[in-house]
Each structure stands twice: as structure tokens, then as C-alpha cells.
Ligand binder design. Structure first.
Ligand code: ZN
Length: 483
């Protein structure tokens, strides 16, 4: 028995606050950081007789999330009351979607190397993403407790994954990708510091190869993704050790203590709630029309991983460059415009990733305020590509472009920077260089080939970098051998 190997099975319930102007059922602001109980009204406090009105944008964001996660969007969904008593919910129930959620049966894929992935990609099925309302927040003082209801009634999405995650690292990668996608689409700001993303983790262990699941243990109270990872890094070995000691694990809820880095029992299955769900009588079911759905479909952005693949496939960029553009939307758009302008993709990517990124940082300039156009950058790479200016001169031209926003061709003409490829002119620079450096010239004539570099350097210096270096090399050799 002791040699038996165990594997963890992990499922996640992720709660995400939707980015709406107002709350789910009333006109109170959905804003963070106001003084306690300043964003409340009879509806979100649950006064008798107050009637809810559904926030349409929250419904749109819910369906948008379903589309982002490749979910089915049922033509009929409804709201239910989940009944329980707790000080942070003055209504004594929470409105949620129980048996007819707005989205179900989807999947998400993300980059991950390890158990449960293939070719560096993991795919996890999504059970459902349903809409519900947030509750108030309790604060415990020395001798009393307070409840702030500003958050009560804020629209919340619960995204439930299938129990297919295989490790703490994989769970971490899943959460990172999920929140990246939601933030990209404007579903939520996903600001963890402001409590906009909260997770409950279900984890069990079983002997490898065993199809049945072990006792499901739920962990609560993780405030960060690294908290989730650490909680799993503690909980998985704890369960395995218990099984190895011959103990039987029971279904229970445990609380993560971030400071001491352990999980501790909260409640067992025996005191599990009966929520007595029933259809919310004050709200209509939700039956989206085709027109309404297509208006939401129009808001689906390119998913980050799809974007990375497209930059590799369409522009032939290496993994690192594509990874850069996956995260930098505005610079990616600038790059794509520049490619349309006729420049070669790889040199353009280098300019954007190295020079433009560096200049933006140095000048604290936002990415939408680049002082020249994508067409200008394209023109600059064409000037170097065709040998009209050297790469050294290109850096100078770039610096002027950043200062003045001028087109590179105009800068090159104005400052006389065109590469000198006229044989007569280059030969004159070469003669001057040989005359200035008689020592290295002699060395070269005596067979020290490397001495040519010093003379070539002198040519570039005399010509201020404008001479075509290849032509200079050829002419120097001819002159030195001939004399
Ligand atoms: Zn309200």
C-alpha cells in the first residue's frame, strides 16, 4: 500500500465581479472604495416590497463570458433564490441561477507544461458560468461587528470548472488565463486587491488509475492566485499522508489560513446547508433573441492564445516575439499596420519590441501616443533593407522620428544621410583613411588581414557612417594591393 501513487483531482469555482456601472437589480453604483453603506437602497438591502430590475449589461457580460469560454447559450435561463441566513445578506436569500444557468458546457485552453497537458497546451472543460449577486462584507472589531452593504447586489459571475485540474501549478495557470481573457474582453477588471476575483477550490486525491473520485474537500478563503497554489501545495500532501496512514477522508469544507500556511476544518458535510432553492418570483426568465445574441457576439475579442498563434503563423515570428504581442494589444496593432505598409515582419517586430518599447518607457509615453505612424516605421525598415542607409544610421533616423514625427525619407534627405554607394566618392574616403593610418596599411600589405578593420573603421568615421561598408571593404583591398 505504501508504494501506491496518488493523484490529486481539482475543480474550481471562480467568482468574478462584473464590470457594470450599476448593481445587478438597482441603480446603486457598482464602485469600489466608498464609505460603508453609501451605495445602498431598499432593493439591494431587501426591504419588503422592493422590486428588482435586471441589469441588461450584466446579462450581456454573462453571455459574453459564455462565448469566450466556448459555452452553449441556452435559449431559456432563469433566476432562483438560494435561501440562507447570514449577517452579510439582509435579504436572507441570494439571487442566483440554479438549474437553468445562462451558459454551460464550455472549455478553456491555456499554455501549460506538465501532467494533463499535451504539446504545452492544457484544455479544461467548463461546467457552467452563471450570474448571481454579491453579498455584503462583514468586518469584525474588538467588541462588535459591522456589515457594509455597498457590495450587496453587485453582479457576480460564478465560473465552475470540471474537476480536471491535476496540480497546483496547472490550477494557477488556469486562473491566470481565465482572468486574462475576462479582463481582455472587458467582462471584469479582475483586480484581486479589490476582491474582484475569489475562488473556492474542490480537491480530492485518489490512487492513480482509480476512476472514482475521493472524498471532496472544499477550501475557502484564498485571496490571491498564489494563495490558491499554496493552499493546494499544503492540502494535496496532507490528504495523501492521511490515506497512507490508513485514515478515511470525509467530505468537508476547510479554511485556508494564509499567514500560517495551513488549511483547517470549517464544517463537515453533516452541517451542509439545505438552501431550499426556488424560482425567483420577482424576475422574468431570460430568453435572449437572436438579434440580442449577435450584438453580444460582436463584442468577442481575439483570445490571447489564438492571437499568439496567429502572430507566429501569419508573420513567421518566433515564440518570444509572438508572446510579446499577445500581451501588448496596441503595439501589436501598430506592428500589423506597419507590415501592411510593406515592411518585412521580423525587422519591424524588432523595432517595436526593442526600440519603441524602450522609447515609450524612457519618455513615460502611453502606447497610443507613438509620435510617428506605422507607415513611417515600415519606410525606415525599407531604407535599411534596400541598403539606402546603414543600420547605424537607421538608429539616428529613428531618434529624429521620435523627436519630430517626421517621415524617415525626409529626415535622410534633409540631413544628407543616404548611404554613399558612388564608387568615386567611397574611393576618396578610402584614400584618406589609408593616408591617415600608414601603420595598419603596412601591416595589411605584409599579410595581416585583420588590420583592414581599423582602416575600414576610419572610412566609416570620415564618412560619418554613410559609406556602404561592403563597398568600402572591396575598394580598400583593391587600393592596398595595387599600391
Ligand atoms: Zn441598491
Amino acid at each position: 500500500m505504501s508504494a501506491m501513487e496518488y493523484e490529486p483531482v481539482i475543480g474550481l469555482e471562480t467568482h468574478v465581479q462584473l464590470k457594470t456601472r450599476t448593481k445587478m437589480w438597482c441603480a446603486c453604483a457598482n464602485e469600489y472604495g466608498s464609505p460603508p453603506n453609501t451605495q445602498v437602497c431598499p432593493v439591494c438591502l431587501g426591504f419588503p416590497g422592493a422590486l428588482p430590475v435586471a441589469n441588461e449589461e450584466a446579462l450581456r457580460l454573462t453571455v459574453l463570458t459564455g462565448l469566450l469560454l466556448h459555452c452553449e447559450i441556452p435559449s431559456f435561463a432563469k433566476f432562483d433564490r438560494k435561501n440562507y441566513f447570514y449577517p452579510d445578506s439582509s435579504k436572507n436569500y441570494q439571487v442566483t441561477q440554479f438549474d437553468r444557468p445562462s451558459t454551460k458546457n464550455g472549455w478553456i485552453e491555456f499554455e501549460f507544461d506538465g501532467e494533463g497537458s499535451a504539446d504545452g497546451i492544457a484544455k479544461i472543460n467548463i461546467t457552467r458560468a452563471h450570474l448571481e449577486e454579491d453579498v455584503g462584507k462583514s468586518t469584525h472589531f474588538d467588541r462588535h461587528s459591522g456589515v457594509d452593504f455597498n457590495r450587496a447586489g453587485v453582479p457576480l459571475l460564478e465560473i465552475v470548472s470540471e474537476p480536471e485540474l491535476r496540480s497546483s501549478e496547472m490550477t494557477y495557470a488556469y486562473l491566470k488565463t481565465l482572468t486574462q481573457i475576462l479582463a481582455r474582453a472587458g467582462v471584469s477588471d479582475c483586480d484581486l486587491e479589490k476582491g474582484m476575483v475569489r475562488c473556492d477550490v474542490n480537491v480530492s486525491v485518489r490512487p492513480k488509475g482509480e476512476p472514482r473520485l475521493g472524498a471532496k474537500i472544499e477550501i475557502k478563503n484564498m485571496n490571491s492566485f498564489s494563495g490558491v497554489r499554496r493552499a493546494l501545495e499544503y492540502e494535496i500532501p496532507r490528504q495523501i499522508a492521511a490515506l497512507k496512514r490508513g485514515e478515511t477522508l470525509r467530505q468537508e469544507t476547510r479554511r485556508w489560513d494564509d499567514e500560517s500556511g495551513i488549511t483547517e476544518p470549517m464544517r463537515s458535510k453533516e452541517d451542509a446547508h439545505d438552501y431550499r432553492y426556488f424560482p425567483e418570483p420577482d424576475l422574468m426568465p431570460f430568453a435572449p433573441t437572436e438579434d440580442w445574441l449577435s450584438s453580444v457576439r460582436a463584442r468577442v475579442p481575439e483570445l490571447p492564445l489564438d492571437r499568439k498563434r496567429r502572430f507566429m503563423h501569419d508573420y513567421g515570428l518566433p515564440d518570444g516575439d509572438a508572446e510579446f504581442f499577445r500581451h501588448n494589444i496596441e503595439l501589436g496593432a501598430f506592428f500589423e499596420e506597419a507590415v501592411k505598409g510593406g515592411g518585412a515582419a521580423k525587422p519591424l517586430a524588432n523595432w517595436v519590441i526593442n526600440n519603441i518599447t524602450g522609447s515609450l518607457a524612457a519618455h513615460s509615453t502611453p502606447a497610443d501616443k507613438i509620435p510617428f505612424t506605422p507607415a513611417h516605421l515600415s519606410e525606415l525598415t525599407n531604407l535599411t533593407g534596400s541598403g539606402k542607409i546603414s543600420s547605424k544610421i537607421a538608429q539616428e533616423v529613428y531618434a529624429v522620428m521620435w523627436e519630430t514625427g517626421e517621415a524617415p525619407t525626409s529626415i535622410v534627405n534633409r540631413l544628407g544621410l543616404l548611404q554613399v554607394s558612388d564608387t568615386g566618392a567611397v574611393e576618396e574616403f578610402c584614400r584618406q583613411a589609408i593616408a591617415a593610418l600608414p601603420g595598419p596599411a603596412d601591416d595589411y600589405r605584409k599579410g595581416k588581414v585583420a588590420a583592414l578593420n581599423a582602416i575600414k573603421g576610419q572610412v566609416m568615421k570620415l564618412s560619418k557612417g554613410k559609406v556602404n561598408p561592403q563597398l568600402a571593404g572591396e575598394l580598400l583591398e583593391k587600393l592596398l594591393r595595387g599600391s
